[in-house]
Design a protein around this ligand. Sequence first.
Ligand SMILES: NC(=O)c1ccc[n+]([C@@H]2O[C@H](COP(=O)([O-])OP(=O)(O)OC[C@H]3O[C@@H](n4cnc5c(N)ncnc54)[C@H](O)[C@@H]3O)[C@@H](O)[C@H]2O)c1
Length: 477
Amino acid sequence: MKIACIGAGYVGGPTMAMVALKCPEIEVVVVDINEERIKAWNSEKLPIYEPGLFEVVKECRGRNLFFSTDTKKHVGEADIVFVSVNTPTKTHGIGAGRAADLTYWEGAARLIASVSTSSKIVVEKSTVPVKTAEAIGKVLKRNCQDPNVNFEILSNPEFLAEGTAMEDLKHPDRVLIGGADTESGQKAIRTLAEVYAHWIPRERILTANLWSAELAKLTANAFLAQRISSVNAISALCEATGADVSQVAHAIGTDSRIGPKFLNASVGFGGSCFQKDILNLCYVCESVGLKEVADYWLQVVSMNDYQKQRFVERVIGAMFNTVSGKKIAVYGFAFKKDTGDTRETPAIDVCKGLIRDGAKCCIFDPEVKAEQIFRDLSAPKFEWDRPNYSRSQSHMLENVQVQSDPIAAADGAHAICVLTEWDEFKHYDYAALYEKMVKPAFIFDGRNILDHAKLREIGFIVYALGKPLDPFLVKGY
Ligand SMILES: NC(=O)c1ccc[n+]([C@@H]2O[C@H](COP(=O)([O-])OP(=O)(O)OC[C@H]3O[C@@H](n4cnc5c(N)ncnc54)[C@H](O)[C@@H]3O)[C@@H](O)[C@H]2O)c1
């Protein structure tokens, strides 16, 4: 059997590496139109950082795992074609700011149709709007020259989380395979299930109809993001009342119906998926006339924007309502720890908010490269993007510095903002950092990961989301 995967990104690369590791008799080829990315996959410095990924790639690469730009050859030869291309939010035209842009998906489908001389199972790995399989089926059928070629489309959404992708792929809570309710559809489901059964217990391989599988992925992300926005909403109320969000979260998390995960107050969710998938869900709801349902889910995104804005206002308010000309060290730019991914990271909006008020941000992140940070902070935002201040690009980059050393980043700074929960931030010598900073020295813990009592002992003025406010903190006017 030969598997091809179109799209060598955060999903395609790690997923196929795991398939190759666990199924040594299957040849797996990951193809991409991006030559740089393929070159990096074939080098010692992979294009994405994910704990444990390099070891697996090293073991399988050249054995039964290959990375190539020859899309036509490998897709043409494959029995199963995974499609793991990007499905970003549309930036213009009808549905801009909401709907999924399926340009790359359709391009991949046309490619598959044009090179296929044998029947294939086409697997949706990308997150797509419900009913995409129907549209893709039509593109495949009408563009394939050979009438004997049959395409069976399966939905097999990916639930991995960046930062823990390899663990998630090795021991997934479940694998979901959706297919048509026909004999050939069920046969295709069995074929794909056989691949996963190499390492995943059968009871964790769930099957469903196509539309349920497509919708389950959007729903899973909406529920996960909703939990973050829910606890963040409560964090604002905690600050106003003197309650402590960690204590509230612990108390509710011990209820087995609620559970303890995803209850940490933070500066907000980021990443390429949560916002995009919720907006897409809302667009689908609106398209079928379910405005109230769309409004309900949209509130999850609004609360996330509110939290980022609230954090910026707290920082500025605490520092006597002015950050003009003040150096602020920013610890963490990736949207979460153990990844170099910055797509939709809250750090972009927080830094822009601070810089708009005149601050000079000195950014340190263990994985994110300086070029990426400059690109993110100078990228024009779209009209539909929130919060509004993100649109102002003037004087942005001249007030940004990127440091490869956390001590240098804090040297001469008035404040440290922790925006990513990297473990190493917990273990810095904050007493030594305090000595190098302008007094009063502030720490704004946007991830609630530091030892706040110890920091106060050193002399820091500490603000942490959802915690009782330090009496020193000034409310912004
Ligand atoms: N990143 C995640 O954590 C995650 C998790 C679950 C699901 N998803 C979903 O998986 C999909 C892929 O996400 P990603 O983060 O891997 O995206 P990505 O942008 O990292 O990778 C997509 C790749 O597809 C390539 N591509 C696009 N069109 C192509 C074509 N016609 N032929 C060949 N290559 C093509 C691009 O060059 C790019 O390298 C998205 O739909 C996303 O929503 C992502």
